[in-house]
Design a protein around this ligand. Structure first.
Ligand code: NAD
Length: 391
């Protein structure tokens, strides 16, 4: 796929340009489980592009609980606020410990309201079909993820059940737990506008709003009504809507009819994993959390604790999140080169992890760090980084 431009010296960055005007200060949160090893692999390939970084390494999750008594210490948020860009490994949500999800908290604290998850089929991956190319834009701050919950049997839950029963004349079983789903005009307006802006900036033609407005009239119904209003002001881009269950079926049967899917939080979460499955699994599904206070780049997958420290899992989802970060930093040429190198390694099929193999126990699968070696070698074989097409 790439022109062979001759081998470069071991110390030469394949970027070939020794005079970079910009070093980028980036907060690096290695995270839990497999996080540190896939972040290590990603830092290696990012640096191999020749782009220069000042990494501000910050611990969140298990190590932060041990060291600071909280999984998300304020100084981690301060670092991201200062640098405005972070690369993050997955963080475990301890079950039953009382700690809420650090990942959700971080998005809410920094108001990273848009989660962008491209679904692109790379040749040689275990794709449902080879022409997949759509983008999920998930609202990141409200919906059922707002964290407003009332545990079954507590006085607050009882009180709320009585209030609601009085207001609506509807019976809620007294032994129910409750989760509140807020969806606002403000939150809906900005995510739908973000989707249209993203479409325009990335030469995409259509935005599809995803909802269940037929059942949840005052939340999803509001989201849809606002989406239609925003669409009226963005007539250069096509707009349509789909009910979420139908959307899932359509994506499997007719994915080429879809381009940008703009989803409230929960549907965006579920459709992201559907999308990941369509392109060969979570190991190839990147993501970017974006807001007016900064951007945090992370894979769709979690910390896969059973594989921690085994040099086994696929680092490409974080590497591809790194490609998105390079584009965000306007390092378009390096982004294109790195994405091409990753695509080449997938297409060659030799240096890939178990998840990209037909059988999970394929003995020819390589480990996390060997994937990084292969991507770096592929970058080197490209030679000096060329201008990205269309930039
Ligand atoms: P997971 O994504 O960690 O793992 C599920 C399975 O997917 C793994 O067992 C593995 O088979 C496969 N997998 C995941 N990543 C892979 C990779 N890079 N390469 C190859 N295979 C891969 O999901 P889980 O087990 O439900 O969650 C584990 C923890 O991660 C939980 O505590 C959860 O809350 C957390 N989590 C964090 C994030 C985040 O940090 N953004 C996202 C999702 C889950």
């Amino acid at each position: 796929m790439n022109p062979q431009m001759g081998r470069m010296g071991a110390e030469d960055p394949p970027g070939g340009s020794p005079h970079r005007a910009t070093r980028h200060a980036v907060t690096l949160v290695p995270g839990d489980g497999v996080g540190p090893e896939i972040c290590d692999a990603t830092v290696r390939v990012l640096e191999a592009t020749g782009v220069e970084f000042d990494w501000d390494v910050q611990q969140a999750g298990d190590r932060a609980i041990k060291e600071f008594g909280t999984p998300l210490p304020p100084h981690v948020l301060d670092s991201i606020r200062k640098n405005r860009v972070a690369l993050k490994g997955p963080i475990t949500t301890p079950v039953g410990s009382g700690f809420r999800s650090v990942n959700v908290a971080l998005r809410q604290e920094l108001d990273l309201y848009a989660l962008v998850r491209p679904v692109r089929a790379y040749k040689g991956a275990r794709n449902l079909r080879d022409d997949l190319d759509f983008v999920i834009i998930r609202e990141n701050t409200e919906d059922i993820y707002a964290g407003i919950e009332f545990e079954q049997g507590t006085p607050d839950a009882k009180h709320l059940i009585e209030e609601i029963s009085g207001l609506l004349k509807k019976r809620i079983r007294p032994d129910s737990g409750l989760s509140i789903k807020p969806i606002s005009i403000t939150g809906s307006e900005r995510i739908v506008q973000f989707a249209f802006d993203y479409a325009r900036n990335n030469k995409r033609r259509k935005v599809t709003a995803v909802h269940k407005a037929n059942i949840m009239k005052h939340t999803d119904g509001l989201f849809l009504a606002v989406a239609r209003q925003v669409a009226e002001k963005n007539k250069d881009i096509e707009f349509e809507d789909r009910i979420v269950d139908n959307m899932c079926m359509q994506l499997v049967l007719r994915p080429r009819e879809y381009d940008i899917l703009c989803c409230p939080n929960l549907y965006g979460d579920i459709i992201s994993d559907l999308g990941a499955g369509m392109i060969g699994g979570l190991g190839l599904a990147p993501g970017a959390n974006i807001g007016s206070n900064g951007a945090v780049f992370e894979a769709t997958h979690g910390s896969a604790p059973k594989y921690a420290g085994q040099n086994r899992v696929n680092p490409m989802a974080v590497m591809l999140s790194g490609v998105m970060m390079l584009r965000h930093l306007e390092e378009h040429d390096a982004a294109h080169a790195l994405e091409t190198a990753i695509a080449d390694v997938i297409a060659l099929g030799k240096s890939v992890t178990y998840d990209l193999k037909e059988k999970r126990d394929d003995p020819t699968a390589v480990g996390t760090s060997q994937v990084a070696d292969a991507v770096v070698a592929q970058l080197r074989s490209i030679g000096p980084i060329q201008p990205a097409p269309g930039v």
